[in-house]
Each structure stands twice: as structure tokens, then as C-alpha cells.
Design a protein around this ligand. Structure first.
Ligand code: FES
Length: 112
């Protein structure tokens, strides 16, 4: 198995209209801008990480823990698997003098 290609952090997002919790997966890689995506697989709308504590990017990809679909960290595009050609929902990442932020549906969440 390949080595992890960056740190992954889970960030709680505001709940959806039905009150269900949501979460972003934030990837912090040494030589790339930070990227974040909603932790939902477009194949079956389940958490991409399936709650696995060891979930991490590998060789620039996030790999769905349920059926193995592969998503580029760069843009969330699915390059292989049952949802090939689809993409993860991006969450905006912003940095300013106060730190790193996620911007999602009007909410601004400080990461660090
Ligand atoms: S649920 Fe992610 S590939 Fe099937």
C-alpha cells in the first residue's frame, strides 16, 4: 500500500435542511493548496470515509471506503469506479491573516 500523500482533517459543517450532520474532508498536502470536499460519495451518498479513522489521501487521491471509487484531491473528479466521471462536492478553502477557513453555504468556519 502506498504512503499517505497529505494530512486529512474532518471539519464539522452546518447540518442539512433535515438537520442531518455534515462534514468536510480537508486535505493538507505539503506541495499543494489545501482542498476540501463534502464527506459524501456521489455513488450512494454515503460518507466517503465510511467513518474509518485511518482514512487518508493516497498518491493524490481519495478512495471511497465503500466501493473503492478514486477521486483526485486536486479537483474531486472521479477517475475510476462506479461513479467515474462524477465528482465530490467541493468546499471552498480560504486563507487570510486570521488563518485557514472553510466557506460553505454562507457559513465561514475557522480551521486553525
Ligand atoms: S459508495 Fe463510494 S464508490 Fe460506492
Amino acid at each position: 500500500m502506498s504512503e499517505p500523500a497529505g494530512e486529512l482533517r474532518r471539519i464539522a459543517l452546518p447540518p442539512d435542511e433535515a438537520g442531518r450532520p455534515r462534514e468536510a474532508l480537508l486535505v493538507l498536502a505539503p506541495d499543494a493548496p489545501p482542498r476540501a470536499y463534502l464527506n459524501r460519495c456521489p455513488h450512494l451518498d454515503v460518507p466517503l470515509d465510511a467513518g474509518s479513522p485511518g482514512f487518508a489521501p493516497r498518491r493524490g487521491e481519495l478512495i471511497c471506503h465503500t466501493h473503492g471509487a478514486r477521486f483526485r484531491v486536486l479537483d474531486g473528479y472521479c477517475t475510476w469506479g462506479p461513479c467515474q466521471g462524477d465528482a465530490l462536492l467541493p468546499v471552498e478553502v480560504a486563507r487570510d491573516a486570521d488563518g485557514l477557513w472553510l466557506v460553505f453555504e454562507g457559513a465561514r468556519l475557522q480551521v486553525d
